[in-house]
Design a protein around this ligand. Structure first.
Ligand SMILES: [Zn+2]
Length: 188
């Protein structure tokens, strides 16, 4: 099983072991940062996802110890579909919300049931510094909102109304998340 938050990784900051509080700190605004730093951290995110985590729907800079406003995510779960998102913002379209379970590499062995906007309008910069506008729904909207939370210093377990499910073993966690993925692919 790959790309699962069922264990701890040296490269990933986790919530119980974050002495610099990088996970709970909002990231810096993009006008105060160097583009070379953005490119470096983007490459690190790609490398860690590919070679250490072996997958995953998204990964944000604070999770690898950086306070830059950058994340990568894949709207369709494929590596080919990965997008680099810099300095993002979003607003909901309509009022519909979907409740779903979310795991996170920074919160190992836990799943959190959270309500997210079903459809959102997003804006961000890509690696060329160009503004991207997009409309996201379902799985892609859920992942984008999860990752933007990271840039705002917020974890799944910090959501006031989150229902948190904890697992004793990686096996139990993986079996549960596999079921969640199957249900997700039915509803999204
Ligand atoms: Zn996360």
């Amino acid at each position: 099983m790959s790309g699962m938050a069922s264990q701890k990784y040296d490269e990933i900051v986790i919530h119980e072991d974050d002495p610099a509080h990088v996970l709970r700190h909002p990231t810096k605004p993009v006008n105060q940062i160097e583009w070379d730093d953005i490119k470096y951290i983007t490459q690190r995110l790609m490398d860690v996802r590919q070679n250490i985590l072996k997958g995953g729907a998204g990964l944000a800079a604070p999770q690898i110890g950086s306070s830059l406003p950058v994340f990568i995510y894949t709207p369709d779960r494929t590596t080919e579909g990965l997008k680099v998102v810099i300095n993002p913002s979003f607003e909901p379209i309509g009022e519909e919300m979907i409740e779903g379970e979310e795991a996170c590499f920074s919160v190992p062995l836990k799943s959190s049931k959270i309500k997210r906007w079903a459809k959102i309008k997003v804006q961000y910069l890509n690696l060329d510094g160009k503004t991207v506008n997009d409309v996201l729904e379902g799985f892609a909207a859920k992942v984008f909102q999860h990752e933007i939370d990271h840039l705002n210093g917020k974890l799944t377990i910090d959501h006031e109304k989150a229902e948190i499910i904890s697992f004793e073993t990686p096996e139990a966690f993986q079996a549960h998340m596999q079921q969640v993925h199957q249900e997700d692919s039915k509803s999204y």
